[in-house]
Design a protein around this ligand. Structure first.
Ligand SMILES: [Ca+2]
Length: 307
């Protein structure tokens, strides 16, 4: 199998760290560029966290500085979950900025997309601000994009508000641009993140997997779920799972529209599973055991791959 060329838009964030770690060492992925964006915490932190992770993993994927704010609304924050720096629980050695490619994220992504002989896949595991800017600035890139894979949106109750999931609520206008792009879109919604968890025993197994395992164990042990749920949920890697092990999920087509006007519902993702005009495939169920096994195995592979 040829590797999937991939651009990751991310707001690390503890679960982002896990998603990137798995992606960077996956046999079937070729990560071309990482775009840290504002999100769980501010851009200053998400950028440094990305650089620090690459230093820790000894990887050299180019990093381009993403959006500093949402397109329209004031930024929201998830520092209460991820800590002030976004990655409370583990002290990374501070990296320099030598992996940063100067320039605007949309332009740098555009260059990767145009230069790559095969269509490039986009994975969004934070607010979708930078993908929206890319699509608006370089609409010609749409035909060179294979698909967009997203961790975000919600079928039922949200985690930012009763109606909205955090990544979508962070920049609803950007999410709306992405869902209306006409591109093939696959979504791991909040419900999948809530269901796909690892047990304490599985987490203990991860801890034995070298320095990568210890790093992820320390970070995930630090997460405080706002609802007090003691299970260890690892949201963003569910998007990586869509690319690497889609058989873990059950997908259903839906028409997804993002609420932009609501007083109480802004950022809600309206998912119409009965629509005759679907624009996304939604993972509506996940095999929890398969997922946990896949996650543990992926961490093992990352630890083995790290030089
Ligand atoms: Ca994230």
């Amino acid at each position: 199998m040829t590797k999937i060329p991939l651009i990751i838009s991310t707001d690390p964030g503890i679960d982002d760290i896990a998603a990137m770690t798995i992606s960077l060492f996956a046999d079937d992925l070729d990560v071309k560029m990482i775009v840290p964006t504002w999100g769980n915490v501010g851009l200053k932190y998400t950028l440094q966290n990305t650089l620090n992770l690459e230093k820790f993993l000894n990887t050299k994927v180019p990093v381009v500085v993403g959006a500093n704010q949402p397109l329209v609304r004031p930024a929201i924050s998830a520092a209460s979950v991820h800590g002030k720096t976004g990655i409370a629980g583990y002290e990374f050695e501070k990296a320099d900025d030598s992996l940063i490619v100067p320039g605007l994220a949309a332009t740098k992504m555009h260059e990767v997309i145009q230069e790559n002989p095969d269509k490039v896949t986009l994975m969004g595991i934070g607010p979708l601000t930078d993908f929206a800017l890319l699509f608006k600035q370089y609409p010609e890139d749409l035909e060179k994009i294979e698909q967009v894979v997203i961790m975000g949106a919600n079928i039922g109750h949200g985690n930012h508000s009763p109606f909205a999931e955090y990544n979508i609520a962070g920049d609803p206008e950007a999410a709306s641009v992405v869902f209306n792009s006409g591109l093939p879109i696959k979504v791991a919604p909040l419900e999948i993140g809530n269901k796909a968890h690892v047990t304490a025993e599985q987490m203990a197994k991860i801890k034995t997997q070298g320095q990568v395992g210890q790093m992820l164990y320390a970070l995930f042990s630090h997460i405080k779920e706002p609802d007090g749920d003691p299970r260890i949920k690892i949201y963003d890697p569910t998007a990586v799972g869509i690319l690497l092990a889609p058989e873990m999920y059950t997908f259903k087509k839906a028409r997804v529209d993002i609420e932009l006007a609501g007083k109480f519902t802004a950022g809600a993702s309206s998912m119409d599973f009965l629509s005759e005009n679907p624009n996304a495939e939604i993972a509506v169920d996940v095999d929890t055991h398969k997922f946990a096994d896949w996650f543990v195995e992926s961490v093992k592979k990352a630890n083995q791959g790290r030089k």
